[in-house]
Write a protein that binds this ligand. Structure first.
Ligand code: PEP
Length: 249
């Protein structure tokens, strides 16, 4: 198990309106969280100011993406510097939707992560295989290649949380079994031990994402190498998200 606190992130993706986010923030503000869980939510950029202005300090705010470097003539992008200025503490990088829908490469994801870390943001570094990759027994090859791309760009991993999110489980309702998730989490931890350092392997939180909900979180949380969750759909429902955060043991 990673030695840091259990970590749960809510990835709101491209969802919400001023009104629905006001309601969700109200539900989160009313939530009772176990002391030993670190809680983060990632609203769409447009609503980050609203969320930071209304959400309890108990929960930190993350962005869902950031630009590869300093700002300037990059229409439509948001820099890590601007996120820090706005009070954001974390950024998600390498989410499967950015890899496979938007087409970001391992190299771009590594650069974005390194720049965000250099500005003091924590990075939720996502990795995960597609269904056909799993079915052809290439899960760890794909995940290790994605990890290597982060390692090529990052030297200090102390503000990195790794999110293992099998693509076939994201937004599909097909959660990985606790055994399937544990197997990959353990492989990621040994990879960190071999390629970076044994200390880092034991310190790094490796969280699971892919159709986590209030009903399946407790069984997953029991697994030795599952140190938290990255939650999509269920993070839009305040009370259910609080239940998932409190799955910490
Ligand atoms: C995610 O987007 O990171 C995710 C895990 O989504 P969902 O929980 O909806 O599968």
């Amino acid at each position: 198990t990673g030695t840091g606190k259990f970590f749960v992130g809510g990835n709101w993706k491209c969802n919400g309106t001023t009104e629905s986010i006001k309601k969700l923030v109200g539900e989160l503000n009313d939530g009772k969280f176990e002391e030993s869980v670190e809680v983060v939510v990632a609203p769409p950029f447009l609503y980050i100011g609203q969320v930071i202005g209304s959400l309890t300090d108990r929960i930190a705010v993350s962005a869902q993406n950031s630009w590869v470097g300093k700002g300037g003539a990059f229409t439509g992008e948001i820099s890590a510097d601007q996120l820090v200025d706005a009070g954001v503490k974390w950024v998600i990088q390498g989410h499967s939707e950015r890899r496979h829908v938007i087409g970001e490469s391992n190299e771009t994801i590594g650069k974005k992560s390194a720049y965000a870390l250099s500005k003091g943001l924590g990075v939720i570094a996502c990795v995960g295989e597609k269904l056909e990759e799993r079915e052809s027994n290439r899960t760890t090859d794909v995940v290790f290649e994605q990890l290597q791309a982060y390692a090529d760009a990052i030297s200090d991993w102390s503000n990195v949380v790794i999110a293992y999110e099998p693509v076939w489980a994201i937004g599909t309702g097909k959660v990985a079994s606790p055994e399937q998730a544990q197997e990959v989490h353990a492989a990621i931890r040994s990879w960190l031990g071999d390629k970076i350092s044994p200390d880092l392997a034991s310190a790094t939180r490796i969280i699971y994402g892919g159709s986590v909900n209030g009903a399946n979180c407790a069984e997953l949380a029991k697994k030795e190498d599952i140190d938290g969750f990255l939650v999509g759909g269920a993070s839009l429902k305040g009370p259910e998200f609080v239940t998932i955060c409190n799955a910490v043991i």
